[in-house]
Structure formats: C-alpha cells, structure tokens
Design a protein around this ligand. Sequence first.
Ligand code: GUN
Length: 325
Amino acid sequence: MTARIIDGKALAAEVRKEVAEGVAALVRDGTAVPELAVVLIGDDPASHIYVSNKVRQTEAVGMRSRRFVLDAATTQRQLLDLIEQLNHDPAVSGILVQFPLPPHIDTARVVTAIRPDKDVDGFNPVNVGRIAAGMEGALVPCTPLGVMRLIKSVHEDIAGLGALVVGASNVVGRPMARLLLQELCTVSIAHVRTTDLERRCKDADILVVATGVPGLIRGKFIKPGATVIDVGITRIKSGAGTEKLVGDVAFEEAIDVAGAITPVPGGVGPMTIACLLANTLSAARMEAARSKAAEADVTDAAESTEGLGRPASRNLQRNDFNNPH
Ligand code: GUN
C-alpha cells in the first residue's frame, strides 16, 4: 500500500481563504477589523523570521497587525505592562508573545497575563481548562487545531477510532489528545517514559507524533492503513554543507504502510500560522458577540421594571457539563 500524502500547503491555503472571507464579512458589515498584536523580545534570528511571516500572512488576509520588537534586556514588569495595555485596547483582537523568551522572564507568568479571550496561542490556563472541559469559546493552540483539520481531510468521522499522541507537551501533545477525545476517539498519550512504544503505535488508527526525535517512528510501528501526522521538524545536515528538514516519522518506510501521512516539510508546518489567523478571526468574532450582548443588556436593563426585567447578563457559552462523553 502507498499512503495518500496529506497536502498541508493546500489545506493551509484553504484555511487562509476562509479566514480572508470571514474578515471581509466583518469589515463589510462594520463589525470590526481584526487585529493581531505580536510581541518579540530579543534578536533570535529564527524568531524574527517567524514573526515576519506571521505579520505578513495576517495582513494578507485583510487583518491589521501590530509588531512590538523589544530589547533583550526588557524587564518582566515592562513586558507585563505592555500585555496589560494590549489586553485593554479594544482595537486588538489577539495577542501573541513569541517564544522562547529570555531566561529572566517567567513564561508561565506571561502566558497567564494575556487575556484569555485574546490568547490566540491558546496557552492561557483558562483556555487550557476550557479545552479540557470541552467548553465552547476556547481558543485552541494553533498546531493541534491545524492537525485536527488535516485529520478531518482524511476522515469524515473519527468517533470510536483509536488515537495515539506521541509527546506530551503543553503546546502540542496534551491539547491534541483533548481535541481527539472531544471527537470521541479512544485516546492514549505516549511520552519519554512510555514502554513498548512500537506495540502501542501499532494499535493506533490515528497516530500523531510530536517529539522532535528524528525518525523515532519506524514503518514497522505503524498499523496498516493508519493516518499518520508528523508534527516533528528537525534541521539535519545532509552532506556537503547542505541541510534538510526531517520529521519524527521515518517517512520512506511509513509511506508503504500508512493509509495517509503528512510530509515534512509541507504537512503540519503550513497549518500552524493559518490556524493563528483563524484564531484571531475567532477572537474578533467572539468579542463582537460579547459587545452586542452587552449593548442588548443595557437596553434590556433600561426597559425592565424593577424585579420583572430579564437578567442583566447572559451566558454566551453553552457549557455542556452534562455531556456524558
Ligand atoms: N515559538 C515557536 N512556536 C511558537 C508558537 O506557536 N507560539 C509562540 N507564541 N511562540 C512560538
């Protein structure tokens, strides 16, 4: 069997097109022009390239972007003050602080400081909790969001399938497992202390690998016909001073066994920024809905007779706590 290659570039272009249409609709009806604020500290060349790509793609779909490039010596207090200012700026729909941060800044503190409704990375503990509880209104980390889209390009319905996520990071593995659970997959997570990885992989109808260990997953680990998503991306020397990008899956072996597989590069990578744009649009839409509801509440309150009016606030999020799944 030769696996179908899942084209992440084409799917990312589809996501960007959908986002551009969503942005145009918000602008057309005068609701909002979504805006992404990106904060970069220091002069790590790779981070500068990532941020430039984010800004370019944001503007290409019709959103505004604001880039803050801060000196490497910026204090944690100064960064938190900037985040606070952006949290309160009504023009800003989404905030992204580029990682890694300099060692004198506490990343967890920064992640927690970003207002959950503007947290387009989906790293704030409030969003982590919303995803874990299957609540609506969560902003979902971009890579797992992109992976779900890739998986859904292969499977109409993944309920009941066995999924194994290899890698338990907060950025990919853990949110990935929660999203698969939300779709009613039977989910396991493997990590550095997992024993018998090969046997566990062989059980998986959907295998998502995010370890950063090149070639960790061999062809013989894969269940015939499985969908394999390779999140790993490592730059290795390929002789004569050249470099190439490789994933965590031994692609040439896996392609003969899997039913569908993402290539590296050109699989998961392009989806991540596309999903950042989708999250920024979602944040802008949710903010517009909250403002509209707040305006309606003011009208309701003005019209209501004491004790007889409708409640002054409404819960916009349907929290399905009774869902037995
Ligand atoms: N650095 C590398 N990837 C990411 C990402 O997804 N979000 C942020 N904020 N920084 C990163």
